[in-house]
Design a binder for this molecule. Structure first.
Ligand SMILES: Cc1cc2nc3c(=O)[nH]c(=O)nc-3n(C[C@H](O)[C@H](O)[C@H](O)COP(=O)(O)O)c2cc1C
Length: 186
């Protein structure tokens, strides 16, 4: 796939088939992720891959409950409260895999490095005909001790980018972009 097609064609995918994504494909996506630019080439990332549907269901349930407890976590202008209160809404859209990119250690640039890795991963997935979506709804739960225990995360792994991966169930329209604000100082 041409780079332009990848950049302009990637979409946040919110419907998946139940077809699993095989391990070698997930490993190839992670290999693309780690080609990202990163400060001083410290490569301060690690990857937790969750394919257990029961665990994903549990995370979704607990993450929704946690967000509902804290109204400040829910942007008021969206219909998020209604979504999160719906027992049928699964924050992972029943995708077969979640790749959680974690910053390792305390380096101040590591979170930035991990977001660059996440973009590489999402573009590489799109190149292979797979869908992805960053799931911010999981963030608050991922900060909890329950998350660390459930995912067996070492103490120096800090969750940054929860990205679901799967085979798209339907085509997704491109949400329009605003014109960028530019200030030229020639
Ligand atoms: C940090 C971050 C958090 C996001 N959290 C969610 C989320 O919890 N649920 C969701 O459906 N989409 C989530 N998204 C996807 C965005 O809604 C999506 O990227 C945006 O609407 C633009 O659409 P596009 O990716 O198709 O261009 C998130 C994206 C980012 C970068």
């Amino acid at each position: 796939m041409e780079l332009k097609q990848a950049i302009y064609g990637r979409r946040a995918t919110r419907a998946y088939t139940q077809e699993p994504v095989d391990q070698s494909t997930l490993e190839a996506l992670i290999d693309a992720a780690i080609q990202a630019p990163n400060a001083i080439n410290l490569q301060p990332w690690a990857f937790c891959i969750v394919r257990d549907a029961t665990l994903l269901e549990r995370i979704s349930r607990e993450a929704k409950a946690l967000m509902m407890q804290s109204s400040s976590a829910i942007p008021p202008s969206y219909h998020f409260a209604e979504m999160l209160g719906n027992p049928d809404f699964q924050i992972f859209y029943h995708a077969p895999a979640l790749i959680l990119i974690c910053a390792v250690g305390e380096d101040s640039w590591s979170h930035i490095d991990c977001t660059l890795a996440a973009q590489n991963l999402m573009l590489a997935a799109h190149d292979r005909g797979l869908g992805t979506c960053w799931i911010g709804f999981a963030h608050a739960w991922l900060e909890t001790d329950e998350a660390r225990a459930a995912l067996d995360l070492p103490a120096n792994w800090h969750p940054v980018a929860p990205i679901i991966v799967g085979h798209p169930g339907e085509a997704t329209l491109a949400p329009p972009r605003n014109k960028p604000v530019l200030r030229w100082r020639d």
